[in-house]
Design a protein around this ligand. Structure first.
Ligand code: GAR
Length: 198
């Protein structure tokens, strides 16, 4: 059984979908802990499912590196096989990526490498494209630049706002994320070996 930690910043609707999927006894992965960089609304899903959670508040640290060191320490308590960034709106510092790569994946509301970064939906709208998408990638040291595991196109409709377009993308993201986690758990997708802990 693949053990998974999920990190969030917001409402956690994609997290919720993954929790619902993992609630099925036939699903080959189990979410063992949920972490956040703030008192995110999505932590309520952890409580609803009786799953432990932790917060490493971004504001409480002087640097990304110090914040990352505490995040890493929390993750090591649980030692998950896989870390899922599901709306974590922070770049992980190099040391955290190095410690857990390649077993960190991220969902992104655009068809990467198009529109990376914190405003993937807004940037697609501003660019006036007819379609954007959703992607699940392996996290590396760049901004949404790691290997793509799954992605799918989503149409932009006339009159779309950032909110309406994002709501059209999210169900696709959820489906891709659940499928990628399942494929990793079943050994169908091999992310590679994790370097020995230092
Ligand atoms: C998701 O669309 C996720 O892809 C995005 O934040 C949203 C979180 O929604 N992440 C990024 O944009 C990261 N660059 P949720 O909290 O409702 O799951």
């Amino acid at each position: 059984m693949l053990t998974v930690a999920v990190l969030i910043s917001g409402t956690g609707s994609n997290l919720r979908a993954l929790l619902d999927a993992a609630d099925d006894p036939g699903f080959p992965a189990r979410i063992i802990v949920i972490g956040a960089d703030r008192e995110a609304d999505g932590l309520a899903h952890a409580e609803a499912f009786g799953i432990p959670s932790f917060v490493v508040p971004w504001e409480a640290f002087d640097s990304r590196e110090e914040w990352g060191a505490e995040l890493d320490a929390q993750l090591r308590v649980w030692n998950p096989d896989l870390i899922v960034l599901s709306g974590l709106m922070r770049l992980l510092p190099h040391d955290v990526v190095a410690a857990w790569a390649p077993n960190i994946i991220n969902t992104h509301p655009a068809y990467l490498p198009e529109f990376p970064g914190a405003h993937g939906v807004r940037d697609a709208l501003a660019a006036g494209v007819g379609e954007t998408g959703a992607s699940v990638i392996v996290v590396d040291d760049g901004v949404d630049s790691g290997p793509i595991l799954a992605q799918e196109r989503v149409p932009v409709h006339e009159g779309d706002t950032e909110a309406t377009l994002h709501e059209r993308i999210k169900p696709v993201e959820r489906r891709l994320l659940i499928d990628v986690v399942r494929r990793i758990a079943e050994g169908e997708l091999d992310l590679g070996a994790r370097p020995s802990p230092n």
